[in-house]
Design a binder for this molecule. Structure first.
Ligand code: BJ2
Ligand code: ZN
Length: 641
């Protein structure tokens, strides 16, 4: 508290001393701000860390108090600016002007009602708490009570028992989302109320403003549309394989796949069902999880492997404190937020990861993801605090993921001893690409739709009476999946996904899945690689690391288009590198799907298979491609006037 008071007094003292707010004085003001803000942020992040790694009422209260202090600090700074530098907008140095622009945009802190601000913080923490402490008991399947990580996640990944998967899938939604609806409704209302004080129409508009692109919504829609054929072909192929595995009787007539069959609680990545969909069992593929066990991987080793990748391209090692202060294992003695995350403590030296790490392939990828965030923090550490962010939120996520594209190649697996020989035949290549598609292509509609839902909630298009209905509308439409059991408005399935209670915007991940391929291509060009994009491994290529670092170190000091230009030479987001990467697979999938009706009805099925057994097959034809239904609806509309 005392630190905070010193900070407040100091910045307030500056007031009135200056005669007029010149640009030179503005620069000094920013320097002073930077030093103080580092202290305030640091204290605030520490309070959050304490709650996230030990969920107690006391830690919640302390975190909330700290959030309020931070908000008060930001407000005080903005007040000082309005009195001392009313003309900051006319400053000519873009580095200075941009910081002022960020300082006056207070976000939720702008609201003048402290109780409301407090409730934003408390509701978010409580919702995250519900998510993080939920348990599902499965005595009918010979299991006790399990939490999401590792128990339920593991069952979703490994179980091939249809009914057991239904129980886990539904059980998790009962234990998490269902308990959140009332709180979430309040949360949305109070956030919208607060953000109006910053001049935004709603919270979604505020979140989108971080992209500094007036056409952002339209742009992401166009990107998604261009990639849709790739997803549709993957969906048709996987659907056929899953029907063979579980029986056609479980699949609705409209072309959808039941949502619990993808090896993942949210059907967001499908890596864990590779064994079911493997194109060529006789060719090479690696069971990385099994190989990790065989090689005696433990948790520390996983982080050292990731670190070694980054240092091999000339990026920074994790600082000493990382290894002592991070939470890399699930503690047995207290409740924690297990969902993996990376933390910047804004003091230039304290960077941590919090992850309930398990020794599996998916988790090894997450280790790389979280460490990728830390690498970004380290790269922009010399920027002023205000610029210690990604060029946009999707850039941070893109950085977090980019090395997975190199890391997963057979070339790299061999280099780190997880594969014996590098395959050169076409069948093994397709096996590899399909696996990558289960990870990267399957995610696209999911990454796109989460914030379609949330933007609708924030702008009032979706109301509490249709929360779940509208959620499933999007899931059905974009992913071509539907719930395995009846859903109603008593359920709140969005809440079963971390980022909804955790209030983390999600379109960043969609952006990431596009830009990471653009950067991967740029880095592979930089090192003179000429083979197929999907087999490029930048490991040990410092030229790639240098190009990447030059972009990362900019932080958010410039608009993202400049950062993009620094690495790719272009200022645009583009799907072309991702299309190029997956082109051999797309051609193969098209061939496999020749006899298949690709696509699905965009409308959710009304007839859902019973949890107690297969439903009776209906007599109607199985698949209605989206285009047909849309056409029919348009036709009927015209006919009915
Ligand atoms: C596993 C990963 C997030 C992430 C965590 C939680 C929310 C934000 C952070 C930020 C990082 C930063 C995650 C990975 C891909 C898809 C998505 C998912 N956890 N966050 N502090 N992922 O992005 O690392 O760590 O500095 O912005 O949620 O749905 O699993
Ligand atoms: Zn991330």
């Amino acid at each position: 508290m005392w630190i905070f008071l010193v900070v407040m007094m100091s910045l307030t003292l500056g007031r009135g001393q200056a005669q007029s707010g010149t640009e030179a004085e503005g620069r000094l003001f920013l320097q002073e701000y930077d030093a103080k803000a580092g202290i305030v942020y640091n204290k605030n992040v520490k309070a959050s860390w304490n709650y996230y790694t030990n969920i107690t009422d006391e830690n919640l209260e302390k975190m909330t108090a700290s959030n309020l202090e931070s908000a008060e600090f930001s407000k005080e700074v903005a007040r000082n600016i309005s009195t001392r530098f009313p003309n900051w907008n006319t400053f000519t140095d873009p580095v200075v002007k941009r910081q002022f622009m960020k300082l006056v945009d207070l976000g939720f802190a702008a609201i003048n009602d402290t109780e409301k601000l407090k409730s934003i913080s408390t509701l978010e923490a409580e919702l995250t708490g519900i998510y993080s402490t939920g348990q599902v008991c499965l005595p009918e399947f010979g299991k006790g009570c399990l939490s999401l990580e590792p128990g339920l996640t593991d069952l979703m990944a490994k179980s091939r028992n249809y009914q057991e998967l239904v129980a886990v899938w539904k059980g998790w939604r009962d234990a998490s989302g269902k308990k959140m609806k009332a709180k979430y409704t309040d949360f949305v209302n109070v956030m919208n109320e607060a953000i109006a004080f910053s001049g935004y129409n709603d919270t979604g508009e505020y979140w989108r403003s971080w992209y500094e692109t007036p056409t952002f919504e339209e742009d992401v829609k166009n990107l998604y549309e261009q990639l849709r054929p790739l997803y549709e072909n993957l969906h048709a192929y996987v659907r056929r394989k899953l029907m063979k595995q579980y029986g056609e009787q479980y699949f609705p007539d409209n072309g959808h796949i039941p949502a619990h069959l993808f090896g993942n609680m949210w059907s967001q990545t499908w890596l864990n069902i590779y064994d079911i969909v493997e194109p060529y069992p006789e060719a090479t593929s690696v069971d990385i999880t099994a190989k990790m066990a065989e090689k005696g991987y433990n948790i520390t080793h996983m982080y050292r492997v990731a670190e070694e990748f980054f240092t091999s391209i000339g990026l920074d090692p994790m600082p000493e404190g990382f290894w002592t202060k991070s939470m890399l294992e699930k503690p047995a003695d207290r409740d924690v937020v297990c969902h993996a995350s990376a933390w910047d403590f804004y003091d230039g030296q304290d960077f941590r990861i919090k992850q309930c790490t398990a020794v599996t392939e998916s988790q090894l990828l997450t280790v790389h993801h979280e460490m990728g965030h830390v690498i970004y923090y380290l790269a922009y550490v010399d920027q002023p605090v205000l610029y210690r962010r990604g060029a946009n939120p999707g850039f941070h996520e893109g950085m977090a993921d980019i090395v997975t594209l190199s890391f997963q190649t057979p070339e790299h697996m061999k280099a780190i001893g997880l594969l014996d020989d590098i395959p050169t035949d076409d069948k093994s290549d397709i096996n590899f690409l399909l696996k990558m598609a289960l990870y990267k292509v399957a995610f696209l509609p999911f990454g796109y739709l989460i914030d379609q839902w949330r933007w609708g909630v924030f702008n009032g298009k979706t109301t509490p009476s249709t929360y779940n209905h509208d959620w499933w509308d999007l899931r059905c439409k974009y992913q071509g999946i539907s719930p395995p059991v009846e859903r109603t408005e008593d359920d709140f399935d969005p809440g079963a996904k971390y980022h909804i209670p955790g209030n983390t915007p999600y379109i960043r991940y969609f952006v990431s899945f596009i830009v990471q391929f653009q950067w991967h291509k740029a880095l592979c060009d930089e090192i003179g690689y000429t083979g197929p994009l999907h087999r490029c491994d930048i490991y040990r290529k410092t030229a790639a690391g240098t190009l990447l670092r030059n972009m990362l170190k900019m932080g958010s000091s410039k608009q993202w288009q400049e950062a993009m230009q620094a690495i790719t030479g272009s200022r645009e987001m583009s799907v072309l590198p991702m299309m190029e990467y997956f082109d051999p697979l797309l051609q193969w999938l098209k061939e496999q799907n020749k006899e298949e009706n690709i696509g699905w009805s965009s409308i959710c099925p009304t007839n859902i298979p019973s949890p107690n057994g297969p439903r009776s097959p209906s007599g109607s034809s199985r698949i209605y491609p989206t285009t047909f239904l849309v056409g029919l609806i348009l036709f009927l509309r015209v006919m009915c006037g």
